[in-house]
Design a protein around this ligand. Structure first.
Ligand SMILES: [Ca+2]
Ligand SMILES: [Ca+2]
Ligand SMILES: [Ca+2]
Ligand SMILES: [Ca+2]
Length: 596
């Protein structure tokens, strides 16, 4: 279900006069517009606000799940998305749900029949592309309280899980000062980013809390961490100063506070193309209906063609509202077309077109301006035209893994592998993961016709995903099911702004507030109680809605009312209390009900 917002004003007769309050809002985006980047920056203290979550302590080779969630959690600290969804405490996502259900391991791979037995060893590594494949399928991320379990398998999905989905995952690379500045800017705007390194005790200088692997060292990355800031003057073992501040997952006691530094000159940190600097952005509470895809393992390789197509069949009545895809390079113009027919090798009966430009390599979710209404069993064909870089696709492939464990942090890595009965790091790092494709799923355009991708590689599928919501056929923002329930017309939008039961709220407003549009006793009612210390807004709420109290002294700019955060409705007589008091300047409040 899409988030929709309605402003429901406290009745004018209840507006009261109060003095302004002192409200300190820290918006990181204001920092990000600085022309000059600061010489040092630490997300743990941005003008007194901490945008990093607690340091975790990983079990076995799950560093990459911790690097991923550290970045996603930090993004929600910056945007406020976690709080805006009435979640409690700091953002906390389930690393081990990703560990178990990423689909690349011997425990589960949906592309195998049966789905067990081959691929990565469970708990023994993965990387950001593995994490992004899992996320882009809509399988995660789930909250810590939903699916965090290392020793026993967490339930794969449940109706009470809350899913958090990064609409964009960007891959950056530091190949000079300007790109390094871009990475810094990205950290300031979007929070911590995932990175990688080759951990070896000999490369770590405990006296300076810093790591440096020279370019000449040939060893591949074996550990994942998250970058939380930088210091241009930090002294490391490299000849030039400057280092990234990194959050590790070896406990908050490790190195004093769980954080350490990696030199700007390090071989892999911010340099490795797939794992060096991965930014998980626009993390949102995910309430889509279905994800349609054939690329279960996401981006494994790139085909040098511009135009690709994926064919799907709708599972139920629904609306196609967005697609996700990968771009394999920066600065790509895209053209998405959705068709309803594919006959004689050509697409026809076009349903929608969406065009735009993507700045950076990575996963991108594009919302449609015009959604596509689908009936159960309707075929639909998504054509994606990318101006450059080729088309990312999934195929049976070798997976490099970020693996280092802290179980024996003082122990040499090879010795650690011996304890697991492994021959060498190299053997573990070269694991083939099987992908499966069928004919009539993915096609590429060759001069004058569409060619089935399986003719090139029998395991290959393009990375094109269709994303749907509950159907709203007349585009009046009230879903079919709700309109039908209350005898409204799901194929006529003129009932949107009508007030059928004449209770002062339009049918659409009743949908937003989850009240009954055919009963004038069912309406969002508010009242206000004032005393010297606080103001209480009383209202009747729905357990299916979130509520936010906003305040203003001029009716133009609105802020969260002091000491108030978004809260879930309790389903009956509810209240929000604010500390805003006194009577010299007028204060206005409005209660916002949110359908989420
Ligand atoms: Ca409708
Ligand atoms: Ca309607
Ligand atoms: Ca009404
Ligand atoms: Ca009503």
């Amino acid at each position: 279900m899409q988030k929709r917002i309605s402003y429901i004003h406290v009745k004018p007769s209840l507006w009261k006069q109060f003095s302004p309050w002192t409200l300190t809002l820290t918006f990181l985006t204001s920092l990000a517009t600085w022309a000059d980047l600061p010489a040092s920056f630490d997300l743990r203290n941005v003008n007194g606000t901490n945008f990093m979550t607690a340091v975790k302590s990983q079990i076995q080779g799950t560093c990459w799940t911790h690097g991923t969630m550290a970045a996603m959690e930090s993004n929600m600290q910056v945007t406020g998305e976690w709080k805006d969804n009435a979640e409690t405490g700091e953002p906390n996502l389930a690393e081990y749900h990703l560990d178990w259900w990423n689909g690349f391991n011997q425990f589960n791979n949906d592309d195998l029949t049966p789905p067990t037995g081959n691929g990565l060893e469970i708990h023994q590594g993965g990387d950001y592309r593995v994490a992004t494949a899992y996320i882009s399928r809509g399988e995660g991320s789930v909250r810590d309280i939903d699916g965090q379990s290392y020793y026993s398998t967490p339930t794969r999905k449940a109706s009470n899980y809350h899913y958090y989905y990064p609409k964009n995952v960007e891959w950056l690379v530091d190949d000079g000062e300007s790109s390094r500045n871009e990475i810094k800017q990205t950290i300031m705007t979007h929070g911590a980013i995932g990175t990688c390194m080759f951990w070896d005790n000999s490369l770590y200088d405990s006296s300076k809390d810093s790591h440096y692997q020279p370019i000449s060292d040939v060893r591949d990355p074996n550990h994942s961490i998250a970058i939380a800031g930088w210091d241009d003057n930090k002294v490391t073992k490299s000849v030039t100063n400057g280092a990234w501040l990194c959050k590790n997952s070896w406990g908050s006691w490790w190195s004093g506070d769980g954080y350490f530094w990696i030199s700007y000159d390090d071989k892999h940190c911010c340099k490795h193309e797939q794992m060096g600097a991965v930014s998980f952005q626009d993390v949102t509470r995910q309430t889509y209906l279905n994800f349609y895809y054939h690329d279960y393992h996401g981006w494994r390789d790139t085909l040098p063609v511009e135009k690709a197509m994926s064919a799907f069949i709708s599972k139920e009545d629904e609306d196609l509202i967005a697609i996700s895809f990968f771009t394999a390079t920066n600065d790509v113009d895209y053209n998405i077309s959705v068709y309803r027919q594919f006959t004689n090798g050509l697409c026809n009966n076009i349903a929608t077109v969406q065009t735009g430009r993507i700045d950076r390599t990575g996963l991108h979710t594009v919302d449609f301006d015009t959604k596509v209404h689908l009936l159960k069993d309707d075929p639909f064909y998504i054509v994606l035209d990318l101006s450059q870089g080729g088309q990312p696709y999934d195929k049976t492939s070798e997976i490099p893994v970020l693996l280092y464990t802290n179980s024996f942090p003082q122990q040499d890595f090879d010795k650690y592998l011996e304890t697991l009965g492994k021959m060498s790091y190299k053997r573990l790092s070269n694991t083939i993961v099987t992908s499966t494709a069928r004919t009539n799923e993915s096609f590429y355009w060759s001069d004058t016709q569409w060619i089935d991708l399986t003719t090139l590689d029998s395991s290959a599928n393009f990375c094109i995903k269709g994303i749907t919501s509950y159907p709203d056929w007349d585009d009046d923002d009230m879903p079919n099911a709700w309109e039908t329930q209350f005898n409204l017309n799901p194929t006529n939008s003129s009932d949107r702004n009508i007030d059928n039961d004449m209770d002062g709220m339009s049918n659409y407003e009743e949908w937003i507030a989850d009240t009954n549009p055919t009963n004038n006793n069912s309406v969002l009612n508010t009242s206000i109680d004032i005393n010297a210390e606080q103001i209480t807004i009383n209202f009747n709420s729905s357990t299916q809605r979130l509520y936010r109290l906003l305040a203003s002294d001029n009716l133009i700019s609105w802020h969260d009312a002091p000491d108030c955060s978004v809260q879930m409705g309790n389903g009956s007589n509810d209240q929000i209390i604010t500390s805003c008091t006194n009577t010299t300047i007028p204060q206005y409040f409005k209660l916002r009900a949110m359908n989420d």
